[in-house]
Design a binder for this molecule. Sequence first.
Ligand SMILES: Cc1cc2nc3c(=O)[nH]c(=O)nc-3n(C[C@H](O)[C@H](O)[C@H](O)COP(=O)(O)OP(=O)(O)OC[C@H]3O[C@@H](n4cnc5c(N)ncnc54)[C@H](O)[C@@H]3O)c2cc1C
Length: 594
Amino acid sequence: MEQQLNIKGCEFLTKTTDANEIFIPEEFDEEQTMIAQTCQDFLETEVFCNLDRIDQKEEGLMRSILEKSGELGLLGISLPEEYGGFGQSFLTSMYANEVLGAGYSFSVAYSAHTGIGTLPIAYYGNQDQKDRYLPKLASGEAMAAFCLTEPGAGSDANAGKTKAVLSEDEKYYILNGQKMWITNGGFADVQVVFAKIGSDRILSALIVDGNSEGIEIKPEEAKMGIKGSSTVQIFYNDVKVPVENLLGRRGEGFRIALYTLHMGRIKLGGNVIGAAKRAITQSVNYANERKQFGTLISGFGSIKYKLAEQVIRNFANESAVYRASKNVDEAIEAYQQGGMEYGKSHMEAFVQYEAEAALLKVYGSEMLDYVVDEMVQIMGGMGFSSEMPADRAYRDSRINRIFEGTNEINRIWVADTVVKRGHKHKIDVFGQAKQVMEELEASEFKAHPSSGYFEDKAFFIDRFKKIALMIIEAASNKFGRKMAHEQEILNNLSDIVTLTYVAESTMLRIQKRESIQAQGDQNLYRDILDVLMVDVADTIRKYAMDAIYSMDSEEDEEKYRRGIQHFTDVPMVNVKAARRRIADKLIEENRYCF
Ligand SMILES: Cc1cc2nc3c(=O)[nH]c(=O)nc-3n(C[C@H](O)[C@H](O)[C@H](O)COP(=O)(O)OP(=O)(O)OC[C@H]3O[C@@H](n4cnc5c(N)ncnc54)[C@H](O)[C@@H]3O)c2cc1C
């Protein structure tokens, strides 16, 4: 069935993509824009005016806001209509997630409910389970939580000790154990709980009624950020879970957890776009009001640099997120046409793009941390004041690098997936890597054609891909199966793959923008791409050098060094002038406008 896909997961590394093949956010249609506007209006009327009350955890407030979002249909955007949802595409749900991502703690509660809480039931539930739970979860009558993490099982999720033992009459599983860091745990009516049945070594998933006898919910955790979201430990003491509440098959829980997290990661990549756009607008609003040395601080080059970088990184992340989201939708459709049922088609689509999801999680969370950090800096002392919006944005951003799999775990996932798919011949990593090696041996590099703006950019992006392939080949030769122990090199590889994907997505988006004559000054978008390419080339050069010199392959080092230098030798541009033009547009509009 993979053969029917336009592009398989990770295949961007070995295949050229045409700009017309990707989706860009400029193409959202009227209905999608209307849904996004409903989300925006909801934030304005229910969330932004209640931020302090939410963060003070006013009793019942978060739940009531979630319920209101349910009344508007926002909890069931992508659920099938037969369960009270809107039956919208994954792409549309991503757009909603983007907008609601600006909602601080509410955004986390919303994502936990609609994503990791509800979707395992939608995708793995049998008919009876879907009938019993999905309509209530879509309407907001019931709230959901995803209960995987335990004190001894964080990144190593399958190490959990929570046990489920079949009762003598075989009607129940008797559940005992402890979960921690559970978002929405303080009020969730429906908990997807991962536990080992009997003496199994692999987790199973159970749908647990939040009111069951024997459930003990501990007090809310005191947290650095997202203070308004409910985060608790939950103890299960001889909780009776009806056998019909086993989700999927026995022993399938670890897979359900992993697949759900692939989906959660790409959604997080979407969430941070909304949060970043809001932070950028607040940054420029402040810079356009604050005067020092008799002039607005937005007039200073140092501030323009920060504003422009905020825009460039967010724009790049956004380009990559929607490119991947559309690929997910296309895969779902292809799988369903091939006869796969609803749930499986979704989960298989997320697995297909698991590396893209992981890299978007890493890039997006680090992008938002950059944006909010510079927001604090642009506001100077006021940025450090709890009276100002930078305070909440800065603290709330930090969690994104930790949950949905830490960024360390996700970086390794990206590198590991690319290498594994190469070994399994799912993508032609090693065939193409051999060609790159021949090019290096011959030391005859293809000349830069200079045939046109986008052709030039594509030429260099192709070279970034060559660097990734070269490192995979060199590391595989050097370490073989022991490559898993070389995390520093895997991190280098992962970042090179990530930056290549993000740069290519940005280039394709800007090229497509021009071809469909999207609104806006096209030259400004070229400025974004020009600066991004210079920065990406520089970072890739450093990571590639780090990787190669960490392998101690002395006889080949010079060959690799020459290749890396050559492949990252992008034409320089006046980055100061380009960043100033981007910042000036932002300053003129006084809001995020790209
Ligand atoms: C606010 C909040 C909300 C959360 N919500 C939920 C929820 O709703 N449901 C749920 O189940 N969980 C939830 N979590 C848990 C979250 O997913 C975990 O905290 C996360 O997976 C990391 O696990 P850990 O905290 O045990 O860290 P650890 O796994 O102990 O990691 C500690 C450090 O070691 C690194 N590390 C660990 N293993 C490796 C490795 N193999 N290679 C390299 N580095 C490694 C990590 O990257 C990290 O830097 C939440 C956490 C928080 C803080």
